[in-house]
Design a protein around this ligand. Structure first.
Ligand code: ZN
Length: 597
């Protein structure tokens, strides 16, 4: 039907109680009774979260009459048949301080569409109008709205920029991909290749050096736009919004991000952000810029170039793909590489970052049990549901995926005398799968076994054996050899010279608790377990994690020590034979060019 649309009204109604009021009006409900559903997960975070559980109250009415509504499955509601426009009023509880759902208090309201908007079965392709309303409290009236969701230009109630009022999305899939921040954040703006970008910081961040952040983020964005579109310099988000919005929640030690088609939601630690007048922002700030770079790269790689399994997303169940080593792994490779290419970090910094990633994968015993393809497929129940044994059982498709990208990049450069690289692969994937994704409506994604052929086509290099061994198989990427051809030396050294118990500990309520026992190590052989609270080593108290290192420093590898622990409040004693310090830290060093012979 012409001009038909679905209308949502969102009001942060109870700031102290963390509630959002939603009103949904369907002009032509299903005559057989309208089915409605809340997404079970949010794209980018591969865990079933059951957002329907935060719907506190729900009622339906039509033409002044109540319409019966009841739950029909975990995520869905069934309405009784009715003739006219149907309105659903419901309340969402919003008190999750994360990038994944919704958070409302007296200072702000942030929400993802997947936590707030019910989908209307059979009408997912209709345009969606969203009326964003201010909270009722007088002190919050001055709040403004920050989102990449376009204003409903031409509509009589259209929102003005940053104002409350009517916004619009072409369909449900787009609607839920534009998170909204309301409040009084610190805001900075810049243009990269002419396109508007906004940096929005919520939470207290005194003397935030916005000028410096703008200068750095602008360089990163400009580099990425040119990387994918060297001729037009056209950013991808213009198909969905006239701007890109970085919405950052600042907390004491927050870290994380979630990508969207024209925005990203980030969590950052206050200490990682630069302060006016202080030049020494350091490694924490580089980590923040790496996160910014990562989420921005996703604007191309996963929001538009997608695995076929995500085209389209199905919101009611896990969407399995074995390709997250491409979509998260390649993105993790390019995030830091883009910091180097945009001049935000030096080559020395960059080699240190690469060394850290190699060290991290090498320190994960689980890499011999799980491939990155398996890790991708099973992320819903394994990588996203980690426990004390995960380091022994899992490999990260982020970090090992980034090493696969690095290995492929080196291999392609080595085999083509530097004529081709992984850049050619990304650019081919962009033109084939990404550039017109939202325009042509075909929703063509990358099929599960497509990568070897795509890489061959882009570079002329046959990587099928590489994929077989390091992606589908569980072998370590032979970076040492691949680096050597680029005159980069890869060295291993022990992190410390101390003998080791081969375990990881954390401080917990004044105790030093074992968080992981590494498989086949000294603690494993002695019988120590994750969850044990360390009490003494050879009669001397373990007062905190650092004291464990000090106690072990008195011994040599091969020495026997008695370790007292509490397990289930019972005092137990174990005898451990201390292990050798292993060479677990990777450093990379550029060698002098050899003279041509
Ligand atoms: Zn990511």
């Amino acid at each position: 039907m012409k001009n038909e649309y679905v209308l949502y009204t969102v009001t942060p109604c109870d700031l102290a109680g963390h509630r959002l009021d939603i009103s949904l009006t369907i002009q032509n409900p299903d005559p057989g009774g309208q089915l409605l559903a809340m997404p079970a997960w949010i794209p980018g975070s591969y865990l079933i979260r059951d957002f329907s559980r935060q719907v506190e109250t729900i009622r339906a009415h039509s033409a002044g009459q109540t319409v019966a509504i009841s739950k029909s499955s975990t995520h869905a509601w069934q309405c009784a048949p009715c003739d006219g426009p149907l309105t659903i009023d419901y309340t969402i509880y919003a008190w999750d301080l994360s990038v994944r759902s919704a958070h409302v208090d007296e200072t702000h309201a942030f929400f993802n569409g997947t936590s707030v908007y019910l989908s209307v079965n059979g009408q997912e392709q209709l345009p969606c109008h969203v009326r964003l309303c201010p909270p009722p409290r007088t002190q919050a009236r001055s709040w403004r709205v920050y989102t990449s969701l376009p204003e409903a230009t031409g509509h009589p109630q259209a929102a003005r920029r940053y104002g409350f009022g009517m916004y619009v999305a072409p369909n449900y899939d787009a609607l839920v991909d534009h998170p909204v921040e309301m409040g009084l954040p610190q805001v900075a703006r810049f243009r990269a290749h002419g396109a508007q970008h906004e940096l929005v910081f919520t939470g207290v961040a005194p003397n935030l050096d916005l000028k410096r952040i703008v200068a750095d983020v602008k360089r990163i964005c400009a580099s990425q736009i040119t990387f994918f579109e060297p001729e037009s310099n056209k950013p991808p988000f213009l198909d969905s919004s006239d701007r890109y919005v970085f919405m950052t929640m600042v907390t004491d030690d927050g870290y994380g991000g979630l990508e969207h088609r024209a925005s990203t939601a980030l969590m950052a630690g206050r200490r990682d952000l630069p302060v006016v007048g202080r030049a020494d922002a350091g490694a924490g700030y580089q980590t923040f810029l790496g996160l910014v770079s990562h989420e921005y790269f996703h604007t191309w790689n996963i929001k538009r170039i997608k695995p076929a399994a995500f085209a389209p997303y199905r919101f009611d169940r896990p969407n399995h793909t074995s390709l997250l080593w491409v979509f998260e792994g390649f993105t993790s490779y390019y995030d830091d590489l883009m910091l180097l290419r945009s001049g935000v970090v030096t080559e020395t910094d960059y080699l240190r970052m690469l060394g850290k990633a190699i060290t991290s994968v090498h320190g994960t015993p689980g890499r011999t049990k799980q491939s990155v393809a398996e890790s991708s497929f099973d992320t819903w129940t394994r990588f996203y549901k980690q426990d004390e044994n995960s380091p022994n059982a899992l490999v990260s498709y982020y970090t090992k995926g980034s090493l696969i990208a690095l290995g492929l990049d080196l291999l392609i450069r080595n085999e083509t005398d530097g004529q081709r690289s992984l850049d050619d692969v990304m650019q081919l994937m962009w033109t084939r799968f990404g550039r017109d994704f939202y325009q042509n409506g075909s929703e063509q994604g990358v099929s599960e076994d497509a990568m070897p052929q795509i890489i061959l086509e882009a570079t002329g290099v046959d990587v099928s054996s590489f994929i077989e061994h390091y992606v589908l198989g569980r072998e370590d990427v032979p970076l040492h050899t691949l680096f050597a051809a680029q005159n980069i030396a890869m060295n291993w050294a022990p992190v410390s010279a101390l003998p080791t118990l081969d375990l990881r500990v954390r401080a917990e309520h004044g105790e030093t608790r074992i968080s992981t026992v590494l498989e086949n190590g000294a603690a494993h052989a002695a019988g120590l377990s994750a969850g044990d609270s360390l009490v003494t080593v050879n009669g001397l108290r373990v007062s905190d994690p650092a004291s464990l290192d000090r106690l072990l420093a008195a011994y040599r590898p091969g020495d026997k020590v008695k370790v007292h622990v509490f397990r289930r409040d019972e005092l137990r004693v174990f005898t451990a034979v201390l292990g050798e310090p292993v060479a677990t830290q990777c450093t990379l060093e550029r060698m002098e060019e050899l003279p041509a012979s």
